[in-house]
Design a protein around this ligand. Sequence first.
Ligand code: DC
Length: 218
Amino acid sequence: MIITIDGPAAAGKGTVSAYLAEKYKLAYFDTGMVYRAVGLQMVLTESDVNDEAKAEQVAKELSFPKMMELSKHKDFRSDIGGQAASVVSAHPKVRAALLKMQQNFALNPTFADGTSAKGVVYDGRDTGTVVCPDAELKLFITASTEIRAQRRYKEFVEKGIQTSYEKVLEDMVTRDKRDSSRSAAPLKPAEDAIIIDTSSLNINEVLQKIIPLVEAKL
Ligand code: DC
């Protein structure tokens, strides 16, 4: 079973994806990681993130172990990693270079310990539109920009990352604009995706809406 969960940053995709993966014993692929890995590698090697040819080369050389190694870096989840990911992900050649790696995961999905899984929950921006257009269930999870910025700011504070709400909101507006206006796989719901707005819902209320949708597909 393949479930795709797309939507803008901090809409709740990660929490929902991890919950569904655990409950239905599916592997979880956070596809933002591949773009964060390429973006961070560009930053660490002092390469210009706007240099498409260089970013394509980094993307072609990216492996799962390298991605996992980069994910331990302090800036992988910070806004430095997020902005770099957003810029490199707008390059069509980078997206093309990373597509197979994401699609191949569904051919032989595995959990973190290497054991096989019966399916995958994909989390990203284009997993229902480009990576897995034949997924059994496609969700598009969204929320207002202000609510998402509040959630992201709270996460940063909890992790001890120094920032302000205004900065987080400004960065989110910039990233949303770039993610939705790029020519290659812009952020948008698949035609057959179910849209869930989490602005006024807590996580339990969101899951109460989603679980019946998954059960209906099982
Ligand atoms: O979900 P995230 O914040 O980790 O994603 C980081 C960036 O990667 C995001 O700004 C856009 C890009 N991305 C993408 O273009 N396609 C995906 N499937 C996942 C992420």
